[in-house]
Design a protein around this ligand. Structure first.
Ligand SMILES: Cc1cc2nc3c(=O)[nH]c(=O)nc-3n(C[C@H](O)[C@H](O)[C@H](O)COP(=O)(O)OP(=O)(O)OC[C@H]3O[C@@H](n4cnc5c(N)ncnc54)[C@H](O)[C@@H]3O)c2cc1C
Length: 401
């Protein structure tokens, strides 16, 4: 049985290794268009702060793949999939046959598509190579602008401040995570960022990057503001890597659509990790989750099912990150992907906490906690159990311990 896995991130690598360990006779090929074996994307923010060296970010070596009996192809892009022939077309060349195929291709960052947006010191932040370039440019910069209202834009801002750059954070919306936080939550994050010396700008986008000798030297915003800078970081969201599936018959939407077993609509083709738009049994609808733990868990479930199992993916994805000197935790489903959720929330500016709970009908399906993560276990239990919460009890849950 030839198992072919496209994408060697957390999802793809987990699946490749599990298939080999469960079935030592299986042929497993792992393909990536990047030059690196598995590395820890979650560690990249610490890497650009020079808190962790490259050796600690990289999690596998080609020798480890060889030892595990995994054929590992780097700098190889899958251009298309033939379902009839059971082959992949590769770039720079060649075809590869498959019996079971896993799509674990994640996403790629949206670029800054304005004049000057392709200057050499304008960086997205997704790969180890992006991070090396950012770190190199931080070393020769005194000021930086981070663009975007996402987690990635936050990580860039914090990276710039860590190196003492004069830092501006430009957010198109009225606040950070505008779909998740309300105005008061946004004010809390604004205060935390400002206390850390960040200049916050809201409601404006980049109109043009000012370029001299191929390098950005500043930018003009749609509000007419001129922001001189030596470095620009871009966090404008991800587009899923599904283009190579066009015409294949594999159903896609924002990502690759799967059932609860991470099977696509095409027999013997599976999807896992960021790219999978999976039937979420806990939440009762299709969902996408861009987290490390979700990618690991998906990789495991996909592998078992590629080996003939019938294991549903049933977990509540969580995400935890630093937020300057405090913490943010995201549990389950949020209005980022599901704008129709109802919510209750509370912000305490003195304690610097924000808690928001999200409901689908009468069920608790998600939460965001800033500053204090007490009650996480109880909230997770309620989300997992699909417990009904009466409207009158919702505010009481904000104080969950
Ligand atoms: C800077 C940063 C910080 C993060 N911080 C956190 C955090 O604190 N907590 C958390 O939970 N998550 C965090 N994440 C998100 C987390 O890293 C991802 O959700 C997870 O790594 C996704 O893994 P994956 O295996 O699905 O895909 P990926 O890791 O994206 O791997 C997909 C691979 O497939 C390759 N590929 C794509 N198309 C093709 C093709 N056609 N042919 C060949 N190869 C292809 C890609 O180049 C890539 O190497 C962070 C992400 C970033 C970038």
């Amino acid at each position: 049985m030839k198992h072919v896995i496209v994408g060697n991130g957390a999802a793809g690598t987990t699946a490749a290794e599990l298939i080999r360990s469960q079935d030592p006779g299986a042929s497993v090929t792992l393909i990536t268009d990047e030059p690196h074996p598995l590395y820890n994307r979650v560690a990249l923010p610490r890497y650009i702060k020079t808190l962790v060296p490259e050796e600690k970010v990289v999690m596998r070596s080609p020798a480890q793949y060889a030892q595990a009996g995994i054929s590992f192809l780097t700098e190889t892009r899958v251009r298309s999939v033939s379902v009839e022939e059971h082959t992949l077309l590769l770039q720079p060349g060649g075809e590869l046959p498959w019996d079971r195929l896993l799509i674990a291709t994640g996403g790629r960052p949206n670029p800054l598509t304005v004049p000057g947006g392709d200057a050499a010191n304008v960086h997205t932040f997704q790969t180890l190579d992006d991070s090396k370039a950012i770190l190199r440019d931080i070393g020769r910069s005194r000021s930086g602008v981070a663009v975007g209202g996402s987690f990635i834009a936050y990580e860039l801002t914090e990276g710039f401040r860590h190196h003492d750059l004069d830092s501006t954070w430009l957010i198109r919306g009225p606040r950070w995570l505008r779909r998740i936080l309300d105005a008061e939550g946004g004010r809390l994050v604004d205060r935390i960022a400002s206390e850390h010396g960040v200049h916050m700008v809201y409601g404006e986008e980049v109109a043009e990057v000012r370029v001299r000798d191929g390098l950005a030297v500043g930018l003009r915003t749609t509000g007419g503001r001129e922001l001189p800078c030596d470095l620009i970081g871009v966090g404008l969201g991800l587009r899923m890597n599904i283009d190579f599936l066009a015409g294949s018959g594999v159903a896609t939407h924002r990502g690759v659509i799967t059932d609860r077993f991470l099977r696509t609509n095409v027999r013997d083709i599976f999807a896992a990790g960021d790219v999978a738009e999976f039937d979420d049994v806990v939440l009762g609808r299709h969902n996408m989750m861009g987290t490390w733990d979700n990618a690991l868990a998906h990789g495991r479930v996909a592998a078992l099912n590629m080996l003939g199992g019938s294991e549903p993916y049933a977990d509540v994805p969580t995400y935890q990150s630093g937020l300057f000197d405090t913490i943010i935790s995201v549990l389950g489903m949020t209005p980022e992907n599901h704008p129709d959720l109802e919510s209750v929330g509370a912000v305490d500016m003195t304690a610097r906490t924000c808690r928001k709970l999200f409901f689908l009908g009468d069920r608790l399906v998600g939460a965001v906690l800033i500053g204090s993560i007490h009650g996480t276990r109880r909230l997770m239990d309620l989300i997992r159990a699909g417990a009904q919460v009466a409207v009158s009890e919702r505010r009481g849950l904000l104080a969950a311990r």
